[in-house]
Design a protein around this ligand. Structure first.
Ligand code: 5AD
Ligand code: SF4
Length: 469
């Protein structure tokens, strides 16, 4: 009988990809995925270490799992294996094994290809202490991962690059994910072909520093991301391409030109700047100024005028003054984002910024964050409003919450809801946008044999007036 596997994923898309690949590794051992921990024979938490809040969740979740496991044992059930994977495992593996004795396996993002050996060892382990594998092995896990054991959906992630050598002073990634590594182009193209053969139409290339990609090309030379995107655009069946996450300094001209040339490359780019203050950017070791960023955005918009932009912001980096924060607001106003993520600075153990004395008080961080988010929300709402009356192509990916409703993504990553028959799942359809909400759009399908289908006009649709409040 198949054994049940439940993996809970925290954090970024890299972790989402790793979770899928862990299920591929465990499939030959007879594990099938389930969407709940109770009744599972193995539970893995795939964790995130980026901010304190994300890390803390692991220990509370492990407490819940202990209860579940004890109950299962007292009811005479088989043993439940508990694993902790991802970046918290990498950074705090020993601490986890010490504090949570019921954890059987701890392993990092670079070693999950060895899961079969770890599982065998954990099942035979009677020492009362879990096993750990958090090396940075010389071999690449990609050379050992099996082919995908399942379809990855109409929109799939493909990891092309991992790790980071940039050492921004706030960030744990160089320590949890290790040095930059790019996969060879042929392996990436082969994986993309298999994804398409299994029904994927959109592929998002992933990397902590994806535009720092420098993988070996079929010609033996080092290829940058622009060249890789051109190669992938040639693959039959790939209709949409995206990439995430990029650093402004690696936005080379070849990559910028792909935004002009490739119709498959979606006109949406996540390009984090973190702060609009040159002083803070310097302290963050970002190695660029606000104006450098503005220039890159200018070039991108020249190449692709409809490009929608997104960014990450850290508020309350040590030493951030009112003036620094005002510079961030000014930059946001200048760029005009379609969407963005903003976070309060969270000191991370072992990173240089955590040791700076001038930490910003929590209440100041909160006030600034609220102001920034108000501005960003207003920009997002007006971006969404500007879509009303337009026809957007939508990749239909999932069922909506309401009866007969389906949801998908516009080229600009907006969630779009339509009333449509389920047979449209996995298709790219043209949708006339009728209403805009802060986080989604609704509209009617206008293409294909389907005729015009009624849109759902929800009560919570916003008007331009409300948007301004
Ligand atoms: N505190 C707050 N936010 C952080 N990020 C990374 N490290 C920290 C930190 N120590 C944010 C950055 C990054 C995103 C993934 O998380 O904005 O781009
Ligand atoms: Fe979290 Fe960063 Fe690790 Fe992704 S790479 S899981 S965001 S710490």
């Amino acid at each position: 009988m198949a054994k049940k596997l439940y993996i809970k994923t925290y954090g970024c898309q890299m972790n989402v990809y790793d979770t899928v690949r862990m299920t591929d590794v465990l499939a030959p051992l007879g594990y099938e995925t389930t969407d709940r921990p109770d009744g599972a024979d193995m539970v893995i938490l795939n964790t995130c270490h980026i901010r304190e809040k994300a890390s803390e969740k692991v220990f509370s979740e492990l407490g819940q799992l202990r209860k579940l496991r004890d109950r299962r044992e007292s009811e005479g059930g088989d043993r439940m294996l508990i694993g902790v994977a991802g970046c918290v495992a990498q950074a705090e593996g020993e601490e986890i094994l010490r504090r949570a004795k019921h954890v059987d396996m701890v392993f990092g993002p670079q070693t999950y290809h060895r899961l079969p050996e770890m599982v065998a060892e954990a099942l035979g382990n009677t020492s009362g202490r879990g096993i750990s594998d958090t090396d940075f092995p010389v071999e690449s896990k990609f050379d050992f991962l099996p082919e995908e054991s399942q379809a990855h959906g109409s929109s799939a992630f493909l990891s092309v690059q991992e790790g980071c050598d940039k050492f921004c002073t706030f960030c744990v990634v160089p320590y949890t994910r290790g040095a930059e590594f790019s996969r060879p182009v042929t392996a990436i193209v082969d994986e993309a072909r298999r994804l398409v053969a299994n029904g994927s139409r959109e592929i998002t290339l992933l990397g902590q520093n994806v535009n720092g990609f420098h993988g070996e090309g079929p010609d033996g030379k080092s290829w940058r991301l622009g060249r890789l995107l051109r190669e992938l655009a040639e693959v039959d069946g790939i209709e949409r391409l995206r990439y995430i996450t990029s650093h402004p300094n690696d936005m080379d001209d070849e990559l910028i030109q792909t935004h002009r040339d490739l119709s498959e490359l979606m006109p949406y780019l996540h390009l984090p700047i973190q702060s609009g203050s040159d002083r803070i950017l310097e302290m963050m070791n970002r190695k660029h100024t606000g104006d450098d960023y503005r220039r890159v955005i200018g070039k991108l918009r020249d190449a692709c005028p409809e490009l929608a932009l997104s960014s990450d912001f850290i508020i309350g980096f040590p030493g951030e003054t009112d003036q620094d924060f005002a510079d961030t607001l000014r930059l946001v106003t200048d760029i005009n984002y379609a969407q963005a993520y903003s976070f309060k600075y969270s000191p991370r153990p072992g990173t240089p910024a955590a040791g700076i004395d001038a930490q910003v008080p929590e209440d100041v961080k909160s006030k600034r964050l609220a102001m920034l988010q108000e501005l960003l929300n207003a920009q997002q709402i007006s971006f969404n409003q500007s879509m009303v009356g337009k026809t957007l192509s939508v990749l239909v990916e999932r069922k909506g919450r309401e009866e007969g409703q389906l949801g998908g993504r516009s080229p600009y990553m907006q969630s779009v809801f339509i009333q449509a028959p389920e047979r449209l799942m996995g298709q790219i359809v043209d949708v006339r946008i009728e209403t805009a909400r802060p986080n989604s759009l609704t509209g009617s399908v206008v293409t294909g044999d389907f005729g015009v289908l009624d849109a759902h006009n929800g009560d919570d649709a916003i008007t331009a007036m409300e948007a301004r409040i």
